[in-house]
Design a protein around this ligand. Structure first.
Ligand code: C5P
Length: 218
């Protein structure tokens, strides 16, 4: 273990969707599977790191060698991240966090009545940006899923969230993004450079990302 490149390094990863309660039985969620984050967690583990995985609701199973913290909502994910972030060397934010949550989740199941129903939503905290703003922060990797003007939006996001490395997914690329076993990424570097990769399995994409982290951190 001691000759592995990430031996002695602590890594925290967020993965999966978040579920934002409307009432005790309903939620606002999304189609994130948690696969990309789980592949990253296993790849970091293979390279010798001590891995904490903060996981939203997901069917994906993970090695018992990973310190897995299961959470539901964005607020729970935020709290779990901030409880553990201070001694991390590397943090990767691959979770698909809900931007908004119901302002006043009901205590009991909402009954059917009127023809229309409005839900008031309030903004969730941006977990990645909150870590990017810390004075003592780990090497920071974020994800961005874009549909148009991808590079321009990704560079703006990298700057705003203060990432060392941003992984861009385009919705226009077949086989990339939610639910699939494959992904196609572009790496956005702090230097202003970017680097496009071919369509690969999520396991191989995780290897490319972890190799880049090793290059920059070790
Ligand atoms: O702003 P956008 O949601 O496109 O940013 C995506 C990146 O920010 C991802 O790395 C995601 O995990 C992270 N994020 C977060 N908390 C939020 C929203 C996004 O950590 N509330």
């Amino acid at each position: 273990l001691k000759n592995k490149p990430l031996y002695g390094k602590k890594c925290l990863i967020t993965a999966g969707p978040t579920y934002e309660a409307i009432d005790p039985v309903r939620f606002i969620g999304n189609h994130s599977s948690g696969k990309m984050g789980s592949e990253l967690a296993h790849q970091l583990l293979d390279q010798g790191a001590e891995v904490t995985l903060v996981m939203g609701p997901s069917q994906v199973t993970t090695s018992s060698s990973i310190n897995r913290l299961d959470v539901k909502s964005a607020q729970e994910m935020y709290d779990a991240v901030h409880e553990h972030i201070s001694d991390q060397d590397i943090a990767i934010f691959s979770a698909a966090v809900a931007d908004y949550r119901p302002a006043n989740p009901a205590d009991s199941k909402i009954k059917k009545s009127e023809d229309t129903l409005s839900l008031e939503l309030v903004k969730n905290p941006d977990i990645l940006a909150s870590v990017g703003a810390l004075q003592h922060r780990p090497f920071l990797v974020g994800f961005a899923l874009e549909t148009n003007d991808e590079l321009e939006h990704a560079f703006a996001k990298a700057k705003k969230k203060n990432t060392d490395l941003l992984i861009l997914n385009s919705m226009r690329d077949k086989g990339a993004g939610f639910g699939t076993d494959t992904n196609k990424i572009t790496m956005i570097h702090r230097s202003g450079e970017h680097q496009e990769f071919a369509l690969k399995s999520k396991a191989d994409v995780a290897k490319d990302i972890v190799n880049e982290i090793i290059k920059q951190v070790v």
